[in-house]
Unconditional design. Structure first.
Length: 289
């Protein structure tokens, strides 16, 4: 009998958890199938090896999950051998499918990640995430990678119970994409990783403002903007309190664009010019005379 096992990086397919599970590994999962000799198969056990990066702090609450061929995960048992690295062997099962590491009740991290996203803004990346159920929780470690495999820490945000968090990564490498993940750490030292997100830096590398003039201005701003693709842009003028006092939309062509933004009816003062496309946000301080 011959078997084939394939490791997939990223979140496993969304399925209903059994009552005994609190969460499952969001970094990778396995698919195992029989390639030859199906008629001779009756039952089997699976052994999965895990590493320190998988965040196993308490192997006694570790289990193996297996899908039922449909929309549900099944608890097929097992107990981890050690922490932070070790292995776990399941109970007997009678069919092959997807397999994943899971925690049973009593072993989850005391936080639930609801979403995690990033966008290029000016010459940096703004990372945003929302969480729930922050209890006995310590911090979020933001990790960045150029290849999606090797990560380094780019920032640490202490848990505050705020539910919504933001971190600006201003030390960007000269590459087309960067990858980010959150390492979520509780006060007991246990941790788990979020899903990996990829942020395009093309807008930073290629889209750029050539000029904004005159500044100070009286009636009309002339904005020279180079776009790498045809796209839409929203330009807003915000007052010192952050209120939008003027807004226009423009259709950009690939290449150089000249945009006229009229604001002669506004009072004199200092404003923030905000230019937003699908991939970037650029801001510039403007003075109205």
């Amino acid at each position: 009998m011959e078997y084939e096992a394939e490791l997939f990086a990223g979140m496993p397919p969304a399925r209903t958890l059994p009552g005994s599970f609190t969460n499952i590994n969001q970094q990778w999962y396995l698919t195992i199938k029989i390639t030859n000799g199906t008629a001779n198969f009756s039952d089997a056990q699976a052994t999965i090896h895990y590493e320190a990066s998988d965040g196993i702090a308490d192997p006694s609450v570790l289990r193996i999950g297996k899908d039922d061929g449909g929309a549900n995960w099944l608890d097929i048992g097992g107990t981890g051998t050690a922490s932070p690295a070790g292995s776990i062997t399941s109970n007997t099962f009678t069919s092959f499918s997807d397999f994943v590491l899971a925690n049973i009740t009593g072993g989850p991290l005391p936080v639930t990640l609801q979403n995690f996203s990033g966008i290029a803004i000016n010459q940096s990346v703004q990372l945003n995430w929302q969480v729930a159920n922050e209890f006995n929780f310590s911090q979020f470690v933001v990790e960045r990678s150029m290849d999606g495999a090797n990560y380094t820490t780019t920032g640490i945000t202490k848990a505050s119970g705020a539910a919504t968090y933001t971190l600006i990564d201003a030390q960007l490498p000269a590459t087309a994409y960067v990858f980010y993940r959150l390492k979520m750490v509780d006060k007991d030292g246990r941790f788990n990783y979020s899903n990996v997100i990829r942020v395009s830096l093309a807008s930073i590398l290629n889209n750029r403002i050539i000029t904004i003039a005159p500044n100070p201005f009286v009636n009309t701003l002339i904005i020279q903007y180079k776009s790498i693709i045809g796209q839409n842009m929203q330009i807003q003028l915000l007052d010192v309190l952050g209120k939008v006092v003027k807004s226009n939309r423009y259709s950009l062509l690939e290449g150089n664009n000249q945009l006229q933004f009229y604001a002669g009816d506004l009072p004199k003062g200092t404003y923030l010019l905000k230019m937003t496309t699908n991939t970037s946000i650029v801001t510039e301080k403007i003075i109205k005379n």
